[in-house]
Design a protein around this ligand. Structure first.
Ligand code: ATP
Length: 310
């Protein structure tokens, strides 16, 4: 069942439409990834979902109830991990967990027990008594995550939880998140890292300029751009118009091009060997032709006309 339904949500700030008719849902035991570049509208969507902001249009439904008809109840269901760390640096890791547990309504003894459990599963037991100011970036991220989990939320909103940490720390966090999903927690996960969306998320919504441009599993998104068949052709393409080549436009779509390289998608379901043969016969001297499995980056490029990391 859907823990969270976002329905035609919109939010404007003066003349900027930060979120523009966004619709998606997050179900139990899945990670829904909202993937988009800086300024795409991810944080605003999270803020609207947890009631930090009120939308201009649209609805947020938590377990079938409108968020704003019962905000207290809705907040009990969700845990929010903001992009900016929400920690008291002068308190220890354990004290931070217990503090946020009490804010979420736990008794002192429940907060103590739950903090112990989380310190264990976040592998922070031996640093539990140290003040957070002495933690590494990755450890701070882990405690920040723990603070949002004190009240055992069914729905977790994670706003770019691995920004600015080293690869090992990122792996630890992603492993921990996978564990939560295995227990049935539903997760809304915003990121601008393609690899994270590819390896972690069950379904992905690609967002840009406040709009969801495409949505689906990785396989579904890949399918939208050329039935698993992309070709990289290398040669000299300055002042060349590929759509003027005989039969090219009917068979291929150019996804990306520079003066020395083009990425093209085969239209329809075709035999790759046939496609390669056709590409080798174009009226330009080619240096190389390779078959490539489409990545999420190719999907993103196709949808937005630019690289995610621009
Ligand atoms: P990032 O990864 O950089 O946080 P994002 O995808 O989370 O990006 P948002 O922070 O949601 O994007 O911003 C979406 C757009 O709304 C941007 O153009 C941003 O400048 C604008 N915006 C966000 N918050 C405000 C605000 N409080 N007042 C005015 N404009 C805002």
């Amino acid at each position: 069942m859907a823990l969270l339904v976002i329905d035609k949500l919109s939010k404007r700030f003066d003349d900027i439409t930060a979120v523009d008719g966004v619709t998606f849902e997050v179900r139990e035991g899945e990670i829904y990834g909202l993937l988009g570049p800086n300024g795409a509208g991810k944080t605003t969507t999270i803020s609207l979902t947890c009631g930090l902001l009120k939308s201009d249009d649209g609805n947020v439904m938590i377990e079938g109830r409108n968020f704003w008809t019962s905000p207290q109840e809705s907040r009990k269901v969700m845990g929010v991990v903001p992009q900016e760390l929400a920690l008291y640096e002068e308190l220890s890791g354990r004290e931070n967990l217990e503090f946020w547990g009490k804010v979420a309504g736990l008794t002192s003894s429940d907060a103590k027990t739950r903090a112990g459990e989380l310190l264990e599963s976040l592998s922070l037991v031996d640093r539990a008594k140290d003040v957070v100011s002495k933690y590494s970036g990755g450890m701070k991220r882990r405690i920040n995550l723990g603070c949002a989990l004190m009240h055992r939320p069914k729905l977790l909103l994670l706003d770019e939880p691995t920004v600015g940490i080293d690869p090992q720390a990122r792996m630890n966090i992603l492993e921990f998140i996978r564990g939560l999903v295995a227990e049935g927690v539903g997760i809304l996960y915003t990121t601008h890292y393609l690899e994270e969306a590819e390896s972690l998320c069950d379904r992905i919504g690609i967002i840009d300029h406040g709009k969801i441009l495409a949505e689906g599993t990785l396989a579904e998104l890949q399918k939208q751009i050329g039935h698993d068949q992309l070709f990289v052709i290398e040669g000299s393409f300055e002042d060349v118009e590929p759509n003027d080549w005989p039969g090219f436009e009917e068979a291929f779509r150019v996804i990306q091009r520079t003066d020395s390289q083009m990425v093209v998608a085969a239209k329809g379901e075709r035999d790759p060997a046939e496609c390669l043969k056709q590409l080798l016969s174009v009226p330009v001297q080619l240096e190389n032709v390779t078959l490539k499995r489409p990545s999420l980056n190719d999907a993103f490029l196709q949808l937005t006309g630019r690289e995610l990391r621009e």
